[in-house]
Design a protein around this ligand. Structure first.
Ligand code: ADP
Ligand code: MG
Length: 192
């Protein structure tokens, strides 16, 4: 059995702790206490639905499976590094846009920002919680890649937005407006 307690901690949310796989730094694991694992269970269901539908995991971490332990429920997924082959986690969008960015970096960010939106709309990938701590910014050889690392899938008991594109679109647009407002408030030069 894998001993995850030796894996370095690379992120901490309100609910989950995230650890990097020391043998394969393209992978990480995140755990919720069993009693607080509703979100993780919902995410596992949703990831499996997306895989069945053939949705590419280009803007969400690639999903590698569930981890069952006595007191915790975990998922193994792609580790989003700040740049290729790095062991450092990608900064959140809020950290990224708080930096002093050049005009070119702002243009690059804007492009990546709208690529994420196009992806969500095209594949009807529903954000439950498009918070500024749940989207990270990774540098790749072909430009920035924004990845939604948390809060994927609707939270409703009957997730109609997952099934009906027009409802999905409405939900994505609504969450997107909020995220845009928050980012513009952090850095007014973004002009998103
Ligand atoms: N796949 C990932 N790759 C890199 N960093 C991640 C990944 N998943 C989460 N993180 C980092 O860990 C933090 C907490 O993880 P998150 O899944 O958002 O936990 P919670 O559900 O408790 O909010 C995130 O804000 C992000 O900075
Ligand atoms: Mg989070």
């Amino acid at each position: 059995m894998t001993d995850y307690t030796n894996w370095p901690l690379i992120g901490q949310g309100e609910e989950r702790s995230c650890y990097l796989n020391p043998d394969d730094p393209t992978r990480m694991a995140k755990f919720s206490p069993i009693r607080q694992s509703t979100q993780t269970r919902r995410e596992i269901r949703y990831f499996n639905t997306l895989i069945k539908k053939g949705v590419p995991f280009d803007f969400i971490p690639r999903y590698y499976g569930e981890i069952h332990e006595k007191d915790r429920l975990g998922i193994e997924q792609e580790f989003i590094a700040d740049e290729p082959d790095s062991f450092r986690a990608a900064p959140t969008v809020s950290d990224y846009v708080s930096r002093s960015l050049t005009a070119e970096e702002i243009a690059e960010f804007r492009k990546a920002y709208f690529q994420l939106k196009d992806y969500l709309l095209r594949w009807n990938v529903i954000p439950a919680n498009l918070a500024i701590s749940n989207v990270v910014v990774s540098k790749t050889p072909s430009g920035l890649r924004l990845v939604m690392v948390d809060g994927v899938g609707g939270t409703e008991l009957i997730p109609l937005a997952n099934w009906f594109r027009f409802l999905g679109k409405r939900k994505i647009e609504r969450k997107w407006v909020k995220l845009t407002r928050r980012l513009n408030a952090i850095n007014s030069r973004l002009n998103l």
